[in-house]
Design a protein around this ligand. Structure first.
Ligand code: EPZ
Length: 418
């Protein structure tokens, strides 16, 4: 198996470019199921999750081409409506195919994604909403078996769900009549999906608010314009934390600073000033690193996808930080690995108390999920000696050219085989 060897303590400098957002590209690629024309998407990150999704669409009969971060997708030839377990189990976001497949074909079967390393992650809200729109849903042999002609309806999400909102927005696009979605996610990735659908002729109001109204086309497919995926705000935040953990000056370009407000504000509270010039963010070293309090929540709140990286950064603060993880019940898997590097972190339910200021030591550590893996790389940069981060296939799911980007910032990082 492949692992990363990282030598620390390693100060960083220089600039890297941020890739397109994985979590924006995934629903955009799936939305091509709603298109009557060939869909062209640029700035698509070349990461494992995106390839898994192309594999899923190809398996259904779609044409997909992916070169140099540009994708061409044609779903005119799409015939099958069964998303197989073998593909879905590799990536939970495959559930995004459920809404558009059902809306376009009136039936589909999508394997249930199952649990995952960060929590139970049910999809009950996706299913309830589709039922409210007239779908007949049954669970058979691990598959969601859905049928029916979707009709517009009023849907109130009990909880804010990102992929749940995206799934139902895509379903409502081809449903018959008006759908009102209340308590919708406002993540930039959800907003981009809505804007793309609007550009393709769909009547959709309230984009960016928590109440969206969509006038469905009654199965008439949409004419898509060319799409450019927004910058990855979590990748951007991860590199800023990498610069911060070794108290270095680095800059990231091709980012969207307005999507990073809560992250930049936390860095500021910790003593790290940032300079912003258009799409470039420069992180300046701190005179002193202060402890923080973090509560993860939906956008525009502090993202759960940045929790592990900030916990690692809090290990360098002069004092005790409190991190309250509210979205996923099991998203502290990185803690036991950080403890092996000398960290002082106590867990009590969904709250982590992080005592900063202790020296980190290099160790062999195991990645458990995508963002936890990146936090371990940050810890390794700041730990004295040679660390090895194992199970890095988690990282390859969502960080494009990770070693090249870290190397260009001066990190001593090598990909090796066990
Ligand atoms: C998306 O997951 C992201 N994935 C996650 O990023 C991210 O951590 C998460 O949103 C929160 O921001 C993609 O966009 C592909 P949710 P999603 O539905 O949509 C509960 C990464 O590292 N819930 O917004 O699956 C759920 O259990 C990944 O890139 C229900 O109870 O998350 C959680 O507590 C990891 N029932 C909360 O809602 C449902 O039907 C928010 O989850 C759906 C969700």
């Amino acid at each position: 198996m492949t692992y990363l060897e990282i030598e620390g303590v390693n100060y960083l400098s220089g600039n890297i470019e941020i890739s397109g957002a994985k979590n924006a590209a995934l629903p955009l690629i799936v939305s091509s199921i709603l298109a009557k024309n060939e869909v062209k998407i640029s700035n698509v990150p070349n990461v494992a999750d995106i390839k898994t999704l192309f594999n899923l669409l190809q398996n259904l009969g779609a044409y997909c081409e992916f070169k140099n971060n540009n994708a061409i997708i044609n779903t005119k030839t799409l015939k099958k409506t069964i998303a197989k377990y073998d593909i879905v189990r590799k990536m939970r976001a495959s559930i995004l195919a459920l809404g558009p497949l059902l809306a376009r074909f009136g039936n589909c079967e999508v394997s249930l994604p199952g649990g995952c390393a960060i929590g139970q992650r049910p999809i009950d809200l996706h299913l309830l909403a589709l039922e409210k729109m007239g779908a007949n849903i049954q669970i058979k042999q691990g598959y969601v078996v859905a049928s029916g002609n979707l009709k517009g309806s009023e849907i109130i999400f009990d909880k804010i769900t990102v992929t749940g909102s995206e799934n139902i927005i895509m379903a409502a696009a081809l449903a018959k009549g008006k759908t009102r979605l209340i308590n919708v996610a406002k993540e930039p990735e959800v907003i981009q999906l809505c804007e793309v659908l609007k550009d393709s002729g769909l009547e959709i109001n309230g984009i960016g608010t928590d109440e969206i109204e969509i006038i469905g086309t009654d199965r008439e497919l949409l004419e898509f314009k060319d799409i450019q995926v927004i910058p990855d705000r979590i990748e951007a935040g991860t590199y800023l934390c990498a610069g911060a953990i070794v108290n270095s000056q680095i800059s990231i370009s091709k980012s969207n600073p307005s999507h990073l407000s809560s992250v930049l504000s936390k860095l500021d509270q910790m003593g790290f000033k940032t300079l912003i010039e258009k799409d470039v963010i420069t992180l300046l070293p701190a005179k002193q690193i202060y402890p923080i309090e973090i509560l993860t929540s939906e956008y525009p709140g502090f993202p759960t996808d940045m929790q592990a990286q900030f916990m690692t950064l809090a290990l360098k603060a002069n004092g005790t930080s409190i991190i309250d993880e509210r979205l996923f019940e099991n998203r502290f898997m990185h803690v036991s690995e950080l403890l092996r590097m000398g960290a002082d972190i106590k867990l009590n339910g969904h709250i982590a108390t992080v005592v900063g200021g202790k020296e980190l030591n290099a160790a062999d550590v195991m990645a458990t999920d995508l963002r936890a893996s990146s936090a371990l790389i940050l810890a390794a940069l700041a730990a004295k000696g040679t660390s090895r981060v194992h199970r890095i296939y988690h990282l390859d799911r969502g960080y494009e050219n990770l070693e090249e980007k870290f190397k260009s910032l001066g990190a001593k990082i090598t990909r090796l085989e066990e």
